[in-house]
Design a protein around this ligand. Structure first.
Ligand code: HEC
Ligand code: HEC
Length: 259
């Protein structure tokens, strides 16, 4: 006769209470975080790491007391503006500071990493709406059968793809080194124009590399010669402010389908 084994005492749920590694914060607007991430990628990743846990020379920011006590940039801002030993001062706008702070604070908010733009949020974008947005906003400069042909296949990681169109040149954590060089046109007093890639410019001199790869330097005296600088990525810097969270996910969902 089988005997019913005594029922095991219900296991007491193990309650492990650790002090929170990072203060709980309400999740920030994902569009603000995305812009902060873009700025952070260009200006901070190199030293503090893409995940803010430390990089070449910069400390882990998520463990820094100053960062823990910061709410929306009021403590991080002065560090950015004044610099620190081993950290150059940077003139970000007040808005950029708030965005960068929101990005840094977005790590581990309630266990959900907004800043990482999880694939889930990317695939929930509406590719059709993204195509329409692309037609309206991007098609003046790009074409998915031309310069962006096969971009979804070329950049299979949706997160990298998203970063590549949000801030071209910032991709793969390589920072500003991948940014496109500025171009410059110098018009001398007699009307002679020389265009090329900007090497350096200040109030007294402008140096460029011309079409033949030769370095040319011009002395400046006020408005002579006339110097016109062009940042090839200016259109993208301007657009960054206008994207909503939905636009960002829709456009990425669309670009993923461009194989
Ligand atoms: C060239 C490397 C470099 C870059 C670029 C850089 N940092 Fe730093 N950062 C450092 C170093 C080194 C320290 C530590 C300085 C010290 O010990 O006082 C630091 C310290 C900080 C601190 C203070 C941490 C603390 O413990 O008090 C904050 C906040 C910070 N950085 C934020 C940023 C942000 C945001 C950016 C981008 C906008 C940035 N840093 C760009 C190197 C860098
Ligand atoms: C006013 C022109 C202009 C507009 C508008 C514009 N771009 Fe760009 N885009 C550029 C330029 C210039 C570059 C940098 C040169 C290059 O990489 O060919 C660039 C680069 C890119 C790159 C990187 C290309 C690569 O192969 O790595 C992507 C992706 C991109 N843009 C997507 C977009 C999307 C998506 C939009 C709309 C939301 C958009 N662009 C709007 C001009 C523009």
């Amino acid at each position: 006769m089988g005997q019913t084994p005594p029922a095991a005492a219900p296991a007491k749920p193990a309650v492990i209470r650790r002090p929170p590694a990072y203060p709980e914060r309400p999740p920030a607007d994902p569009a603000v975080v995305a812009r902060g991430k873009a700025t952070y990628g260009l200006r901070c990743t190199f030293c503090h790491g893409a995940d803010a846990r430390g990089g070449s020379g910069g400390p882990n920011l998520l463990r820094a007391e100053l960062v823990l006590n910061d709410k929306d940039g009021e403590l991080i801002g002065p560090v950015i503006r004044n610099g620190r030993e081993g950290m150059p001062k940077m003139d970000l706008t007040a808005e950029q500071v708030v965005e960068v702070a929101a990005f840094i604070h977005s790590f581990k908010v309630g266990g959900y990493d907004v800043s990482r733009m999880t694939p889930l949020t990317i695939v929930t974008g509406d590719a059709k709406a993204g195509a329409a947005y692309f037609g309206k906003t991007c098609a003046g400069c790009h074409s998915v059968t031309g310069d962006l042909k096969g971009i979804g296949g070329r950049i299979p990681d949706a997160k990298v793809l998203q970063q590549s169109w949000l801030v071209p040149g910032s991709g793969r954590g390589e920072g500003a080194s991948r940014a496109k060089p500025w171009t410059v046109t110098v018009t001398e007093a007699g009307g002679k124009r020389t265009s090329g890639t900007l090497v350096r410019v200040d109030d007294f001199l402008v140096t460029l590399t011309d079409g033949e790869g030769a370095r040319r330097t011009f002395t400046r005296d006020g408005d002579v010669p006339r110097v016109e600088l062009k940042d090839p990525l200016q259109p993208h810097k301007d657009l960054l402010k206008s994207y909503s969270d939905k636009d960002i996910h829709d456009v990425t969902a669309y670009l993923v389908t461009v194989k």
